[in-house]
Ligand binder design. Structure first.
Ligand code: FES
Ligand SMILES: [Fe+2]
Length: 349
């Protein structure tokens, strides 16, 4: 199967992607977001039900994201058409008599929506059987679970994934935070391939010079990076005293050249180290340094087909994980697009 630059977005439509923090969408609130170049309205009704739909009103295309929930229905700001939480048109004020037929023709194009891990997730293509990866620590009340503020990267989502997997940029891109002491050579790592992605295990040496987070976070630890395709990657750090942190990054594609990085952190009970808020504040600074690097890369997204232009030369051991991601992602893409084709063919017969 050959890919073109549309292929990743076609496949990602079949997966759950985060579009907002749960706290951005209180009951009775309506907001707008863009996912995979699709402009969406997100609404949470007073009873808690979520609606994700195309934001263009079926009447004259006004943005429903600028509307409001009125008497339990989403109301368009332009001519007041109203929709229920399933997207069904319930009223057209300019009609003298209610007209069920016209309402039926005006159903919103609605998508799957769910809340998990403190985020709102949307799946644009209902034929995809993708499920969110389970991270028990994120839902274990004994762990301190904190969400970072999503950060917009003006770079393609695959650029961000490569960055999150990369272990040889710390001393350079993060010289101001992690410290120039970080070793740019990769530790001995073991890569295991899974059905839905891959995992990397490596021992991490202690940093010789302190960075701004004293003690625990610069001490020797075991690092496990688990990439659940297409774009859900966790890092688990296990310290020598048994304390742990689990972090996730999900670069949710907005356009081909931009993504919103959703991220969070779970800290094990009784963690002997900086308090959660300090860890989040520090991580924001580190992530901002990553953002600057990703936004500077040319081209802004990693080309889907291998080549020197965007993949890089890929000969250093430091690029092993990025290479593994691109390889696994292309295999995943092939499976997803074949499954999508099968679904389209069987529904056409
Ligand atoms: S454009 Fe929405 S009601 Fe007219
Ligand atoms: Fe980084």
């Amino acid at each position: 199967m050959t890919f073109d630059e549309d292929s990743p977005f076609l496949a990602l439509r079949r997966t759950w992607q985060p579009v907002a923090l749960a706290t951005d969408l209180a009951p009775g609130q309506v907001i707008g977001r863009t996912l995979l170049e699709q402009d969406l309205v997100l609404a949470r009704f007073e009873d808690g039900r979520l609606l994700a739909a195309d934001t263009a009103c079926p009447h004259k295309g006004a943005r429903l994201a600028n509307g409001a929930i009125v008497e339990g229905e989403l109301m368009c700001p332009y001519h007041g058409w109203r929709f229920d939480s399933a997207g069904a048109c319930q009223s057209i004020p300019s009609l003298v008599e209610p007209n069920p037929q016209k309402c039926a023709l005006s159903h919103l194009k609605a998508y799957g929506a769910q809340e998990r891990y403190g985020m709102i997730w949307v799946k644009l293509d209902p034929t995809g059987d993708h499920e969110l990866p389970d991270v028990p620590e994120f839902e274990d009340a004994r762990w301190a679970y904190r969400l970072g503020p999503p950060m917009r990267f003006e770079a393609g989502f695959r650029r961000e994934i490569e960055n999150y997997l990369d272990m040889t940029h710390f001393a350079f891109a993060h010289g101001e935070t992690l410290g120039k002491c970080a070793d740019p050579r990769i530790p001995d790592m073991k890569i295991t391939v899974h059905e839905d992605g891959f995992q990397m295990d490596a021992p991490f040496p202690a940093l010789e010079t302190s960075h701004e987070q004293p003690g625990k976070l610069q001490s020797a630890h075991h690092r496990r990076q688990r990439c659940h395709l297409p774009n859900f990657t966790t890092i688990r750090q296990t310290f020598t005293d048994g304390d742990e942190r689990v972090l996730v990054h999900i670069p949710s594609p907005v356009t081909r050249d931009s993504c919103d990085v959703f991220w969070s952190l779970a800290i094990s009970p009784g963690f002997d180290g900086p308090p959660p808020k300090s860890q989040i504040d520090f991580a924001i600074r580190v992530l901002d340094e990553d953002r600057i690097m990703c936004e500077s890369q040319i081209p802004s997204e990693v080309p889907i087909n291998p080549g020197r232009g965007g993949w890089g030369v890929l000969v250093t051991p430091g690029d092993t994980l990025a290479n593994q991601f691109q390889k696994s992602f292309r295999q995943w893409l092939q499976r997803e697009l074949s499954a999508a084709e099968t679904t389209t063919t069987s529904s056409a017969t």
